[in-house]
Design a protein around this ligand. Structure first.
Ligand code: AMP
Length: 281
């Protein structure tokens, strides 16, 4: 596995690869890798038939709010390098913040409206940070395919909008959520949870399973489903609900009657740790 730090070196490397006809897959991450991240690399290799898989690790300061966990976000480059290599990643791109955001930089990329829905209510500048960094990474890496997890479904739909709106020549693909054996969606932030918080956090996947079952039994009213989900989560004394919502995948606006495709998404705080999870029906 090759390690590249400089954006220009990354760009030159990919251009040389592409000249030899290679199909390039790209997996952007913030590191502290787990099986959710490595599943994206496998997806590029197998389903998307990429010849080379490039993974970036960059804890993007722009997507953290002033009171959020940028400083204490978990980082472990030695561990990540070993996991990425075992997962078959060919190139690890690890730029510095100063290379990604030189002091003179003034440009941001924002997808309007969709960035203010769901997580955007409590994290108003988060998705502008995400779209800005992903636009930059796509320009630097210039992949044929970029893989993202359904875990961050809102992020995926916003990025799809951005790529379409800006005519970016890349195909985005979404990989299913990888979960722990007990149902908790894998996340780098799960290390923040203490034993009791982690136990109570299982209410999130339970609430989503319940929603799925209600829909299979014919329930079509979002309000009824949201109420049941909320009741399940509220049974946990440490849970503080940010939102439980059922929205259209196209524009992330609430839907009146369940019809495909709909995103059922939630964000809940356990102590200081904010967890998200979702299903798409
Ligand atoms: P992050 O490092 O948290 O920014 O995530 C990098 C990529 O991995 C994003 O596309 C996430 O959606 C994806 N990802 C994170 N957790 C999971 C998971 N449990 N299952 C599938 N994909 C995930």
């Amino acid at each position: 596995m090759i390690l590249i730090k400089e954006p220009n070196a990354m760009h030159d490397y990919v251009n040389a690869s592409k000249r030899t006809g290679k199909r390039i897959g790209f997996v952007p991450t913030m590191g502290f890798l787990h099986a959710g991240h490595t599943s994206l690399a496998s997806l590029c290799r197998t389903r998307e038939s990429c010849d080379e898989v490039i993974m970036s690790i960059f804890v993007n300061p722009l997507q953290f709010g002033p009171q959020e966990d940028y400083e204490k976000y978990p980082r472990d480059m030695d561990r990540d390098t070993s996991i990425a290599e075992k997962a078959g990643v060919d190139v690890l791109f690890v730029p510095d913040a100063s290379a990604m955001y030189p002091a003179a930089a003034r440009t941001k990329v924002e997808v309007e409206e969709m960035s203010q829905a769901l997580c955007g209510v409590s994290r108003p500048t988060h998705f502008r940070g995400v779209t800005t960094v992903v636009a930059k990474l796509l320009n630097i890496v210039n992949p044929d395919v970029a893989a993202f997890g359904q875990k961050d479904a809102q992020q995926f739909f916003i990025l799809q909008r951005m790529v379409a709106d800006l005519n970016m020549p890349v195909q985005l693909v979404m990989a299913p959520i990888v979960r722990e054996a007990d149902g908790l969606a894998m996340s780098s932030r799960n290390v923040y949870l203490n034993e009791e918080e982690r136990k109570q956090a299982l209410s999130l996947s339970r609430a989503l399973v319940m929603a799925h079952q209600m829909i299979e039994k014919g329930e079509t009213k979002p309000a009824v489903i949201i109420q049941r989900m909320t009741a399940i989560i509220r049974q946990q004394p440490l849970a503080k609900i940010d939102y439980v919502a059922i929205v259209e995948t196209e524009n992330l606006q609430p839907i009146q009657t369940i019809q495909s495709p709909a995103l059922i998404a939630l964000a809940v705080l356990f102590g200081k740790t904010r967890l998200i999870d979702n299903i798409i029906i």
